[in-house]
Design a protein around this ligand. Structure first.
Ligand code: CDP
Ligand code: MG
Length: 142
């Protein structure tokens, strides 16, 4: 069997959940993640357009960028064995209304509101994690 690998993912606490960041950070630690890097920032729309490039043709793109630029966010590099899927599991389904129904223990259920304001971001796979970590923490790949 392959040795379990410690990997990294990018996590964001979005503007809607920023007031609850202390609680969320406690949950992150309690679930066995190591916080490798953490900082707070109010991102510009230009940076967010690059970050969410894969969604630029979607109907929700402009609203998403404006929401994410509306206030400060917490930006974290998290490590754990299988960090990417582990973090996705802890945050839960994309739509917080679905999360509240199906996975009420997840962060998006507890701290999010709907399909846009869903409290947290997590990279979708290891390649995305590398790209997203490179945007916010270029020093990690130097
Ligand atoms: O964040 P996740 O990878 O789970 O979902 P996504 O499909 O990559 O979408 C990125 C973000 O766009 C979501 O987390 C939502 O904040 C937002 N979104 C939205 O506003 N409306 C949708 N119909 C889908 C996503
Ligand atoms: Mg995504």
């Amino acid at each position: 069997m392959a040795t379990p690998e410690v990997t990294m993912t990018l996590a964001l606490i979005k503007p809607d959940a920023y007031p609850k960041r202390a609680e969320i950070i406690e949950e992150i630690k309690a679930n066995g993640f190591t916080i490798v890097k953490m900082r707070e920032e109010k991102c510009t729309p230009d940076l967010l357009k690059v970050f969410y490039k894969e969604h630029e043709e979607k109907h929700f793109f402009n609203d998403l960028v404006n929401f994410m630029a509306s206030g400060p966010i917490v930006i974290l590099a998290l490590s754990k064995v299988n960090a990417v899927p582990e973090w996705r599991k802890l945050i839960g389904p994309t739509n917080s209304l679905v999360a509240k129904e199906k996975n009420p223990e997840t962060l998006r259920a507890k701290y999010g509101t709907d399909g846009q304001c869903n409290a947290c971001h997590g990279s979708a796979n290891d390649d995305d994690a590398k790209r997203e970590l490179g945007i916010f923490f270029p020093e990690l790949s130097a």
